[in-house]
Design a protein around this ligand. Sequence first.
Ligand code: CO
Length: 433
Amino acid sequence: MTTFATTDAIRFEGPDSTNTLAFKAYDKDRAVLGKPMAAWLRLAAAYGPAVTWPGKDIFGDGTLPRPWLGPGQEKAEAKCTAAFDFFARLGVPYFTVLDLDAMAEPSSLAEHQANLGRIADTIAAKIEATGVKLLWGGANLYEHPRFAAGAATNPDPDVFAYAAAQVRFMLDTTHRLGGEAYTVFSHREGYDTLLNTDLKAELDHLGRFLAMVVEHKHRIGFKGPILIEPKPFEPLKAQYGRDVVTVFAFLQRYDLLKDVKVSVEVNNATLAGLDFEHEIASALILNVLGSIDVNRGDPRTAWNTAQFPHNALDLTPAMVLLLQAGGLTTGGFNIDARIRRQSVDPNDLVVAHVAAIDVVAKALLAAEKVVTGRRLAGLKAARYAGWKEELGQAIATGAFTLDTLANLAITRKLDPKPVSGHQELAEAIVADQ
Ligand code: CO
């Protein structure tokens, strides 16, 4: 039944290999700045996009050969086997999963709990057998019609309670499966029109919901962070967690910074009109970086196309920041990407992941060269050198008031001239690797 059992385990064959089912750059044990590549990247494949998504879009039904899709426990078990055959052959250390990606579809909340428990038994056995670990789990609080007006931000408190039940089940399950983080999905937390939306009430309810999740996490002794994936829009016109800084402000307002971090996705960053490296830099500065989704969008489509990364240069600037920061402390690089609807060859999914992992590895190797070359760091240090000198230090430490500083500027007859930012040089240093 599974289409992946026939695929040999993916191995590293080096840059000269022409085998599409081998790694050319991802060599998991290779040391990068003293740490194995695998430890920097903590790669994860995503259960839902890999084996549950049937290849449907808003204009048409599923196209992909997924014989394990369908109602009932037997199909769910077959799907789980396909998923772990795939993860194990790919050789990724982690997977990510949402409740409904894996379990048999329930017809009631009680059945939801029972079905989730049943598939969790199977997943636990697969984790044990393959050694592929759970990076994070989450609950699908967006697909069912009951969540059309949101989950935690729904005007109906019954929906809030239903979502709370789903999250409690899945947080417990994630804990049981040894998951390292828990993601609260907020795809329906936002609005299509403010005319019918009580913005303050919805934000307060979302804050309450997350506070309850955090309280439960501590109650059961779950050590990992709770993650939120910033996303500006789509499916909604406006989503409350539009980008990293917006989520940070939300977490600060509702006193959640100690337990909740962000999962930065390349595609969501670009949809928000921001560079991926901007989102990584912001998350690092604000100390909220929890994990990364490495799927990208299409530069000409204002839509989350969730494609596999195909250009290392798109990821290198962010990777430089990560290397300089010492890497991720939680989470990993989750390949939350979907093959295209025409990719009906069973190998397409494997080829896509292998190529994506190589792109991420190439970005890591390029970033290593940038960091060890020290030219970019030198350029930046030279640019801000004045702040290390007397005047800069005095301003930064608060030795001046606006008045005394103005007087100094007048007395010294300051007349600063433009200095080159060397942007093209900086870009050349990164592109050169
Ligand atoms: Co994502």
